[in-house]
Design a protein around this ligand. Structure first.
Ligand code: C2E
Ligand code: CA
Ligand code: CA
Length: 458
């Protein structure tokens, strides 16, 4: 199980724990207030039970973030409302507010990667509400609302137990995932120096199936855990800022490869696409870094393609376009990754000096079976022609997909059908094995025979 799965399973356990405890505790108190005739407290506890059931259902269905957000808000409101009638007397102190402790601890630990509101404002508000009740700063409610005296002495004891034990369980559940994350972060910090990163290359082909270049995909060989997917460590690298040295390492490796290819006429025309993550692109000296890596390596800028995702383009349009343009002036090309998964429209992309758009593989996979995906791809192909972007379909896995996309007018491809990401040697032998005997073509075809015969004539 990877660290992300471990983290999610902890959150799920936490929500299930919160949901079941809420149902149990509110069930007991709700019955108590039904018997002692306190309609306000009975209603609050009934609402808590409904929230508890919703949490369990959402957690079991895997809707963890939604469940966590509902849990934090619903429990804060219901516990705070239950605190109101908990009026202190000469012999009985306030105690219901103790149940805010596990709610606050859970919010603080679960939302540490979220935006300001969930990460800081919400846990902060819970702490303030807790203090307001603990220090008796809340005005007393109207007399009819005060909780009935029966059972209140036992209630104090119960609330202290549920509050402190609940908070301890929350911390214990979350602690394991935090420490797994911290270990991964430390390992990531040392991975460059220890030479644990390497690149895989996945071929990119043109409409006739000929290899025109590759995408460089980062791999991390962890000494104890084996290969760790970039889907797991890139988000962590982004959060910790480690993406900057890691991204520079990828660029240096890719440029060194381009410089090596430039030495042979058969490989000289090949291009290499490199993924640039959002936080890497936002670094103030990103443009300068790319320029210096390029000039030190000796690679030709026109062979380098940088891939951005739509999220990068959401900020300050002028600044982003200017940064892109200054690298484009050197000859570097820009490609937009995973197109269709974000919110940008093709027309809005006209503001950026993009050269290529990569249609996300989710559309490609459904292209033959789902008419909506087909309509989306047809529209993207048409509009990209009008706007002057070249188009690459990602994740092509079958010949049927390739043939159909070709017929629709797509001009470049990448996917398992043409080659999986692999060592540089694998890519070069793919080039080698399909190289025509008479060197009339500078680069080779990934799928020379079967696909060629299936293609419509140009
Ligand atoms: P991506 O840029 O969309 O890369 C393509 C991913 O799709 C790769 O996964 C590749 O192995 C996979 N793929 C390629 N063809 C097919 C196919 O036909 N079918 C299917 N099902 N999958 C296919 P990978 O290598 O695990 O990379 C995942 C993501 O990690 C990349 O998605 C990219 O966002 C990120 N990444 C990888 N290397 C780097 C890097 O050097 N820097 C940054 N910032 N991100 C990187
Ligand atoms: Ca990519
Ligand atoms: Ca992609």
């Amino acid at each position: 199980m990877n660290a992300l799965d471990l983290y999610n399973s902890r959150i799920k356990n936490l929500i299930l724990f919160g949901g079941f405890i809420t149902i149990l505790v509110s069930g007991v108190w709700g019955s108590h207030y039904l018997v002692t005739g306190s309609p306000f407290l009975f209603t609050i506890n009934s609402l808590s039970i409904i929230a508890g059931i919703a949490l369990v259902v959402l957690a079991l269905r895997g809707r963890l973030r939604t469940a966590a957000i509902i849990m934090a808000h619903a429990l804060t409101v219901t516990v705070a409302a239950s605190c109101l009638p908990d009026v202190p007397t000469a012999d009985i102190q306030r105690s219901v507010h103790m149940n805010l402790l596990p709610v606050g601890a859970a919010s603080f630990l679960v939302f540490h990667r979220e935006g300001f509101y969930l990460r800081a404002a919400l846990p902060g508000a819970i702490v303030l509400i807790f203090l307001a009740f603990a220090l008796n700063l809340v005005p007393l409610p109207w007399p009819g609302l005060t909780a009935p005296p029966t059972g209140r002495a036992a209630g104090v004891w119960i609330n202290y137990v549920t509050g402190t034990v609940g908070a301890s369980v929350v911390i214990a559940i979350m602690q394991t995932s935090m420490s797994a994350r911290r270990t991964l972060e430390n390992d990531l910090r040392q991975a460059i120096a220890r030479g644990q990163f390497y690149l895989h290359y996945q071929p990119q082909v043109d409409a006739s199936g000929r290899i025109t270049g590759a995408e460089a995909l980062l791999r991390w060989q962890h000494p104890a855990r084996g290969n760790i997917s970039p889907l797991e460590f890139i988000p962590l690298a982004e959060e910790t800022g480690l993406i900057v040295p890691i991204g520079n390492w990828v660029l240096r490796e890719a440029c060194a490869q381009l410089a090596a290819w430039a030495k042979a006429p058969e490989t000289e025309p090949l291009s290499l696409a490199v993924n640039v993550s959002a936080s890497q692109f936002r670094q103030p000296d990103f443009v300068q870094q790319v320029k210096s890596i390029l000039s030190l390596s000796g690679a030709r800028p026109s062979r380098l393609k940088l891939e951005l995702t739509e999220s990068v383009l959401a900020d300050d349009v002028e600044d982003i376009a200017a940064r892109m343009q200054s690298l484009k002036d050197l000859g570097i090309r820009w490609s937009l990754d995973d197109f269709g998964t974000g919110y940008s429209s093709l027309a809005s992309l006209k503001q950026f000096p993009l050269d290529q758009i990569k249609i996300d593989r989710s559309f490609v996979q459904d292209f033959l079976t789902d008419r909506h995906s087909k309509a989306i791809i047809d529209t993207i192909i048409q509009l990209s022609r009008d706007l002057g972007f070249s188009l690459l379909a990602e994740g092509v896995e079958t010949e049927a997909q390739f043939v159909a996309l070709n017929a629709a007018g797509c001009v470049a491809y990448q996917g398992y059908f043409f080659g999986r990401p692999g060592e540089i040697g694998a890519l070069e032998s793919l080039l080698e094995s399909f190289r025509p005997a008479a060197a009339e073509k500078p680069v080779s075809r990934a799928r020379p025979v079967s696909v060629q015969t299936a293609l419509p004539s140009p």
